[in-house]
Design a protein around this ligand. Structure first.
Ligand code: ATP
Ligand code: MG
Length: 713
């Protein structure tokens, strides 16, 4: 458990008194395009940037902060920028530092709230600090037991996430039954039982005087809302707020943000509704999409140019999100790639997950040997349990890696020891340059000249210590008079923000944790049904759409190289019964509708020599019905219901005119296949089973018109 005590002031940084001129540093905004510049240079007040992945949203807000500070509108220390993951916050700090802004806070909502709560705690609760729960299972278990529910891990996990959803959605135990019913939640037990577990959990936790992560936000909000003096001090201290990834704000975070603002409007938000990936957690893109309703005078900017990825990656990303349906899809922006051309994305199918991991590791080795830095490569997966195969495979080819961006870096024993030793040394007057001093202080903690022989835990410890030296080198290179106390201060700030120094290694991270980040090479692995989309999303359209957006987030992390792979069996020698992700439909080059149409038009007949393959999983089709649908009956259907209804109505009309039964026009299976594949030209249409040259000539144009009309309505 982490201590949550009254340590340190609200913010350790000095208030940097800004330049008195009203202009920001000359040239500061030169690196922005006109739209980005409009957002960055907008006067103080509400600003909203609605834009797709890689269009420079984060870049725009860091420049905006630098501009506001440089122009004297606000002191750097009065700026609070929040984002979703610790690593993204770290990235923001690094970018701010690059623009000469040191004192602005860039934190996650949780880290910011934790810091504030720690500072105000003695005033609102008392001197005794409450511990912070790393894991709520114990209390959820006791609470479930009282209600007579099972205490198996899965049950507790589901109950814990339901409690998290309720707290993030500002739903109390009393309100839970009504709201769960109204929102038709798929609850892990009867609603009254879940409410009871939730109520018990809160009681047990409060009696033990511990806090969970959501409490950090709840208590901070309450402190600001209910304690006038606390609010006054806070509002005096922070004046300018910036939220990155605003599409995923929860009602609880929004409430905290409102408490921070305290009726003011100095708020810049940026986001991309198509990257909403935490809805299951209570997050919603609504505050982003409705920002101008709340602040009608806001400056609103839309960006379309994608500076991150090659046109090849951008084209794939546009295809992925082009297939999205539902509300966020309505806010779709088409990205326009700005970078020079690069390699085509590579798709690969493997027999099992071990072989897949080995192949990916070999490819990574090749890239590194070809000059790509290991830290510019990532492997992204849907669930954390997938990391193990990659840890193993990368070790086998001697590639260093770090799992999940190393958020737990500061919890490592040797790092804690190192920081204590460095802090002690900073009290004295050490001789020499910063890097030499740091090396000297870290030697007794275990930093030898040469890395320990072999790999394993000893090498990991050594790497962690070495990264502290590298951080000292970086600081010495960027800050002219950096001394040991400045360095220790940097470490403290990084520890508070959970921002580890960069370790030279391949990043292994979940798709969720990769949000906002970018790498030269990205490997999206395990793209099989049941994993992407995740099993429990099946049958729930909204959940499937969220999985699709998650996949889109993954694709858009790549600057240049993008690998997409899946395995037919989980274990070596296992049954090869897994199917590739439905989201790959139409993306894998050989089964792209255009490629199939080209093959079909080469001969007027359908290619007969080659087997027809399922368009979802790629396996050969034998059953007639399956061939008609172009997919296995078992494979998930992604039928567009609206289009299907329109096609059926059109068919009824046409069959009446022609005085023939409806199936003579098209069979149901053919209509379903059309509604699933939504062909947009003759080539794609003729590649659907049941549509030959005659039908194409008779009905093709009409069918395409029905499809077109359904797409625009
Ligand atoms: P995401 O939605 O994934 O968070 P984003 O919109 O925040 O993406 P950034 O991370 O700010 O995008 O920018 C993507 C990349 O493009 C970064 O490497 C950034 O430095 C670069 N970039 C952004 N704008 C420009 C520009 N005007 N000129 C050159 N490079 C740019
Ligand atoms: Mg970003």
């Amino acid at each position: 458990m982490a201590r949550l005590g009254p340590v340190g002031p609200l913010c350790e940084d000095r208030l940097v008194v800004s330049a008195s001129s009203s202009k920001s540093r000359p040239g500061l905004l030169d690196g922005l395009d006109p739209e980005q510049r409009a957002a960055a240079a907008a006067p103080r007040g509400p600003v909203c940037v609605l834009a797709g992945a890689g269009t420079g949203k984060t870049r725009t807000i860091t420049h905006r902060i630098a501009h506001l500070v440089g122009a004297g509108h606000v002191a750097a220390g009065q700026v609070l920028a929040v984002t979703y993951t610790a690593r993204a916050a770290g990235e923001m700090r690094t970018r701010l530092r690059g623009l000469g802004i040191e004192a602005a806070q860039a934190l996650t909502f949780h880290a910011a709230a934790r810091r504030q709560l720690r500072y105000f705690w003695p005033r609102i609760v008392g001197d005794r600090p409450w511990d912070l729960l790393d894991n709520k299972f114990r209390y959820v278990g006791q609470a479930a037991q009282k209600v007579g529910l099972g205490t198996e891990t899965e049950v507790l996990r589901d109950l814990a996430s339901e409690i998290e959803w309720a707290k993030a959605s500002l739903v109390t135990p009393d309100d839970y039954p009504l709201i769960a019913a109204r929102t038709q939640r798929d609850t892990p037990a009867a609603v009254t039982q879940v409410a009871e577990v939730y109520r018990n959990y809160e009681k047990l936790k409060n009696a033990a005087q511990v806090l969970d992560f959501d409490d950090l936000l709840l208590h901070t909000t309450a402190a600001l809302e209910e304690h006038g003096a606390v609010a006054e001090e806070f509002h005096d201290r922070y004046r300018c707020f910036v939220v990155d990834e605003y599409q995923d704000v929860t009602p609880l975070q929004q409430r905290l943000l409102d408490a921070w603002l305290g009726g003011r409007d100095d708020l810049t938000v940026v986001g991309d509704a198509n990257q909403t990936i935490y809805s299951y957690n209570g997050a919603s893109p609504r505050p982003l999409l409705e920002f101008t309703r709340r602040f009608p005078e806001a400056t609103v900017v839309r960006l379309e140019r994608d500076y991150r990825s090659t046109p090849q990656v951008v084209a794939l990303a546009n295809q992925v999100i082009g297939a999205a349906r539902g509300r966020p899809a309505g806010s779709r922006l088409k990205l326009i790639g700005q970078r020079p051309a690069g390699p085509e994305p590579r798709f690969a199918e493997y027999d099992d997950e071990v072989v897949e991991a080995q192949a990916v590791a070999r490819r990574i080795r090749e890239l590194i040997d070809g000059g790509v830095a290991a830290s510019e490569i990532s492997v992204l997966y849907r669930v954390n349990a997938q990391s193990e195969a990659y840890e193993q495979a990368l070790s086998e080819v001697n590639v260093p890696y770090l799992v999940r961006g190393g958020e737990r870096f500061f919890a490592r024993k040797e790092v804690r020891q190192a920081i204590i030793a460095l802090r002690t040394a900073s009290g004295g007057n050490a001789e020499g340059d910063l890097v030499t001093i740091v090396r000297r202080v870290l030697a007794p903690v275990g930093l030898t000249e040469q890395p320990p022989a072999g790999g394993g835990a000893a090498k990991e410890r050594w790497d962690a210590l070495l990264s502290l030296v590298e951080l000292a080198e970086e600081l010495a290179a960027t800050v002219s008079d950096a001394d040991l106390s400045r360095y220790v201060n940097e470490l403290d700030q990084r520890a508070a923000a959970q921002h580890p120094p960069t370790v030279e290694g391949v990043t292994l991270a979940s798709l969720h944790a990769a949000k906002g980040l970018e790498w030269d090479a990205v490997f999206l692995v395990g793209l099989a049904e049941g994993t992407v989309p995740i099993q429990h999303a099946d049958g729930d359209d909204a959940a499937i759409e969220e999985e699709r957006r998650l996949f889109y987030v993954g694709v858009t992390r790549a600057r240049e190289h993008l690998g997409l792979s899946w395995a037919l069996s989980r274990k070596p020698g296992g049954r090869r019964n897994r199917r590739r992700s439905r989201f790959l439909y139409g993306l894998v080059p050989e089964d792209h509708p255009a490629a199939r149409a080209a093959a079909a038009s080469r001969s007027t007949q359908k290619p007969t020599g080659t087997k027809t393959r399922c368009r979802v999983c790629g396996s050969p089709l034998v059953e007639t019905m399956d061939i008609k649908l172009s997919r296995c009956a078992k494979c998930p259907s992604n039928v567009d219901e609206d289009l299907l209804a329109r096609l059926k109505a059109w068919r009824v009309e046409r069959s009446r005119e022609l005085k023939v039964p409806t199936f003579v026009v098209f069979t149901d299976a053919t209509l379903v296949a059309i509604a699933e594949q939504r062909p947009t030209d003759d080539g794609a249409l003729v590649s659907i089973s049941g549509i030959g040259a005659t039908k194409l000539e008779r009905f093709g144009a009409e069918v395409l018109e029905v499809i077109r009309r359904s797409a625009v309505s």
